[in-house]
Design a protein around this ligand. Structure first.
Ligand code: ZN
Ligand code: ZN
Length: 255
């Protein structure tokens, strides 16, 4: 029975090939590399490789050497701030076809791109889980303000957080961390304005849920890190022991 269904599936795919949801032109990659995108779009993704900053995950411009702290993280560490994240990771640079895919998903509501993005995100989730042994972590998305949620209809970070929680078999919590201030979008702001814009924007509803727990915080893009830093501050003040950040993509440089 199973093989008959496979035969029908293969036949259907030959007659009606599955098209890449991003370019809607080329056939999706098949086999072990299958993720929903086509070869052309995938080739345009820029992977982040070592050496990177051990803490914020920014890739260094030189190609050899081991992971170490970047200047920004060293500066912040000297301030002895306890309310910072342990590490932030991302598998891809926010550029090219991946940036287009995120834009189409987030702002144009092209939900057909979501399975492909979730599939590549699941691979990143496994990587950060293995690097830091994140058993017993709680997966949380960066929340949207309820007005923005009404307007967009979905929280893109929650879609990704669901994929990570399912892949890693970790609990998902999307109601403890709240966005209490409806701040303007960060997109056109510089790094200092971004910090100011999100200050006081988040709160924790019931701190008992996260006390003594490790959190894996999910967002779509890490640009200057202002949003995830502010979330981390609130989560750690509420009793979380460690916060790890995972984003689908990140800017090549923090400033
Ligand atoms: Zn494509
Ligand atoms: Zn860094």
């Amino acid at each position: 029975m199973h093989s008959i269904l496979n035969l029908i599936k293969n036949f259907t795919e030959v007659v009606f090939p599955l098209l890449c949801p991003l370019c809607v032109k080329n056939e999706q990659v098949r086999g072990s590399q299958s993720c929903g995108f086509c070869k052309n779009c995938l080739n345009d993704f820029t992977s982040i490789t070592s050496p990177i900053c051990k803490k914020c995950g920014v890739p260094f411009s030189f190609e050899t050497g081991t992971n170490h702290h970047c200047g920004d993280c060293l500066k912040n560490e000297s301030k002895n701030n306890k309310n910072t994240f342990t590490a932030a990771r991302s598998t891809y640079i926010h550029s090219g076809s991946l940036a287009r895919a995120i834009r189409a998903f987030k702002y144009s509501g092209q939900m057909n791109i979501s399975p492909a993005l979730s599939t590549i995100f699941a691979v990143s989730a496994k990587d950060i889980f293995n690097e830091f042994n994140l058993t017993d972590c709680i997966v949380q998305p960066v929340p949207l303000h309820k007005r923005r949620l009404r307007e967009r209809g979905f929280n893109q970070s929650l879609v990704l957080a669901r994929s990570a929680s399912k892949t890693l078999d970790l609990a998902l919590d999307f109601s403890t961390l709240l966005r209490i201030k409806d701040t303007p979008p960060q997109v056109r702001l510089g790094s200092i304005e971004r910090e100011k814009n999100v200050r006081g924007a988040f709160d924790v509803r019931d701190s008992r849920r996260i006390q003594g727990k490790k959190i894996l915080l999910i967002d779509d893009v890490y640009t200057t890190g202002a949003t995830v830093r502010e979330c981390t501050k609130v989560l750690k003040k509420a009793g979380a022991t460690e916060v790890f950040i995972l984003t689908l993509a990140r800017a090549a440089w923090t400033s």
